[in-house]
Design a protein around this ligand. Structure first.
Ligand code: SF4
Length: 110
């Protein structure tokens, strides 16, 4: 495309993005709304939370199992692993706490 012909401006005009410039508090409100939207979608079955334990990183401290025994269990190698394919919606907060509390960051929230 030839520069200065005006056609490129038509396709890459990003002026509309200016509307989304926000202060920090407004960003927080958008973030909170996104979290609520995701939770609603999860409740309706559109997206689900899954957890996976990296066996090489797990040091068998048991924190995740103590915090959320419905989602994490011991496996045959005495390491933690996921006990469910999908985390039930009512256990997501507990599961997230377990993910954040893992001292070696062995748990991935998929
Ligand atoms: S909290 Fe982390 S290191 Fe501890 S048992 Fe669970 S996955 Fe393993």
């Amino acid at each position: 495309m030839k520069e200065g012909c005006g056609a490129e401006k038509e396709f890459i005009n990003l002026d509309w993005l200016g509307r989304y410039k926000m202060k920090d508090s407004e960003n927080y409100i958008i973030y909170a709304l996104c979290v609520k939207l995701i939770m609603l979608l999860q409740k309706r079955g559109y997206c689900v939370m899954r957890v996976e334990v990296n066996q090489d990183l797990c040091i068998s401290c048991g924190t995740c199992i103590d915090l959320c025994p419905e989602v994490f269990k011991w496996n045959d190698d005495d390491k933690a692993s996921s006990a469910v394919d999908e985390v039930p919606v009512d256990l997501e907060e507990q599961a997230r706490e377990a993910v954040e509390s893992c001292p070696t960051e062995a748990i991935t929230d998929i």
